[in-house]
Design a binder for this molecule. Structure first.
Ligand SMILES: Nc1nc2c(c(=O)[nH]1)N[C@H]1C(S)=C(S)[C@@H](COP(=O)(O)O)O[C@H]1N2
Ligand SMILES: [Mo]
Length: 261
C-alpha cells in the first residue's frame, strides 16, 4: 500500500543529498566529480531521476533511479575523453520520440531557401552557412542513445558534419570556454568547449539517412551522445563562441548546466 503523502514520510533534504552523492560519486571522473556533487541540489536529484520527491516513496524511487542512471551512463557521460556507446541499426527506436517544451504541431517550420546559419563571437570567419554548403563538407554518421531527464531514452541515427571540423573551418578560438546556440523556437542552450571538440559531437543534418525532419530539428541540431537530451539544441539558427556562460532554457530554470560530462 502506498504511504500517505505526509511531511513525516519525507526524509530531510540533507539525508537525501547525502545518499544521492554516495550513489553518484564512484562513477564520476575528476575534475568534474567534486563540482558536480558539490552543486547537486534537491532539484537536481528530482531532475536526474524524474521523481518529484514529495514523499518517502518518491524519494526512494529517485535514489533507485539515480543508482540505475549511474550504473548505465554516468561512467562515460562524466568523462570528457570517453566515447559514448554506439549501436547496430537493428536497435534504433522506432518511432523515435519527439520532445520539446511544446507539442509536436508547434515545432517550427524553417524555410530552407531563406536559411543561413549565423556564426558569431570568437571566430575568424563570421559569414553565414547555407544548408547546401554544410552538406558539401565531409559527413559522418552515428547510432547513439539519446537520454532525456524526463525518464526515457531512445536510440537514433544522426548524420552530419563533425562539429570540431566545422569549428576549425570557421577559425573558432578553441581556447574559449563556451559555444552558445539560439534556436528557431525560443530555445537556447550552451556547451563547454571540450564537448564541442569531442569526436562524437555532430552538427546533425540528417536523421536515419534522410534530411532532418521538422520535428527532430530541421534544419539542424547539435547531437551529442555525451550530453543529456536538453543540451542537444534543435532548429539551430545561430551559434556563437564566447568566454561567458550563455546558460540555457532549462539550465536557467535549475537544470544542471553541464548536463552530462
Ligand atoms: N529547439 C529546441 N531544442 C530542444 C528542445 C526544445 O524544446 N527546443 N528540447 C530538448 C529536449 S528536453 C529533448 S529530450 C530533445 C528531444 O529531441 P527529439 O524531439 O529529437 O527527441 O530536444 C532538446 N532540444
Ligand atoms: Mo529532454
Amino acid at each position: 500500500m502506498p504511504r500517505p503523502k505526509t511531511d513525516a514520510a519525507r526524509p530531510d533534504a540533507g539525508s537525501i543529498l547525502k545518499e544521492a552523492r554516495k550513489l553518484l560519486a564512484p562513477r564520476l571522473a575528476e575534475p568534474s566529480r567534486r563540482t558536480f556533487l558539490g552543486s547537486l541540489t534537491l532539484g537536481g536529484v528530482a531532475m536526474l531521476s524524474g521523481c518529484s520527491l514529495n514523499d518517502g516513496d518518491q524519494v526512494e524511487r529517485a535514489l533507485a533511479a539515480i543508482s540505475r542512471f549511474n550504473d548505465r551512463v554516468q561512467g562515460w557521460i562524466f568523462d570528457p575523453d570517453a566515447l559514448a556507446p554506439t549501436y547496430p541499426a537493428a536497435m534504433i527506436t522506432r518511432p523515435f520520440p519527439f520532445n520539446a517544451f511544446y507539442g509536436i504541431d508547434e515545432a517550427p517550420a524553417v524555410d530552407e531557401a531563406g536559411y543561413a546559419l549565423e556564426v558569431s563571437g570568437l571566430v575568424a570567419d563570421k559569414r553565414g552557412w547555407r544548408l547546401g554548403e554544410l552538406r558539401a563538407l565531409p559527413q559522418v554518421e552515428q547510432i547513439t542513445r539519446h537520454i532525456c531527464v524526463e525518464g526515457w531514452s531512445a536510440i537514433g541515427r544522426w548524420g552530419g558534419v563533425r562539429f570540431s571540423d566545422f569549428l576549425k573551418r570557421v577559425g573558432a578560438d578553441t581556447g574559449a570556454g563556451y559555444i552558445g546556440f539560439k534556436c528557431a523556437d525560443d530555445y537556447y542552450t550552451s556547451i563547454d568547449m571540450a564537448t564541442a571538440l569531442h569526436p562524437q559531437t555532430l552538427l546533425a543534418l540528417t536523421y536515419d539517412g534522410r534530411v532532418l525532419p521538422r520535428e527532430y530539428g530541421f534544419p539542424m541540431k547539435l547531437r551529442m551522445p555525451t550530453k543529456l537530451g536538453y543540451k542537444n539544441p534543435k532548429h539551430i539558427r545561430a551559434l556563437f563562441v564566447t568566454n561567458s556562460n550563455p546558460g540555457g532554457y532549462w539550465e536557467d530554470q535549475g537544470y544542471n548546466w553541464f548536463g552530462g560530462s
